[in-house]
Design a binder for this molecule. Sequence first.
Ligand code: ZN
Length: 177
Amino acid sequence: MKPAGILSYGDPRLLVKSTDVTRIDQELSDLVRGMFQLLYMVPGIGIAAPQVGCNQRFFVFDMNRRADPGHRTPVTVINPVISAREGTVTAEEGCLSFPGIFVPVERAFRIEIKGVDLEGKDLVLEGEGLFARLIQHEMDHLEGVLLSERMTRWDKLRLLREIRAIEKKGRKGKYVF
Ligand code: ZN
């Protein structure tokens, strides 16, 4: 399956808690490939499966997405579990499903996750800063938790009109990218 696009906030599929991937097969690999094609066309560094309408626990990212194709570092994480977290930091965060919205969100400063890659091999990833933020953001998607739930009440109020406009789009099943 090739993803048709990134779902917009307001689409109910973004609110579903995803289930574990039980089989790494051709269908999954094809979807992952499609998600990376999408990732390199949109202004983001990661895409979680629910954002393309697949409620399974995996996401893709590339911290070097702006690099030329020879220097990119695509990573697929399947069935991730947070195994360590340290400190807190607040910084601006965005989401492809909320185009144009950037809000300060508090996250753990350092994070370690365990999961498996597309070959089914065990994967341990750890890092801090933007990497840690990205991982926590994508993990949220797998729980059906969106940026709108992480922003302060004040930001929600301040951005009410913009958020409502995005939500309207999502309710109609439209894609943002
Ligand atoms: Zn997001």
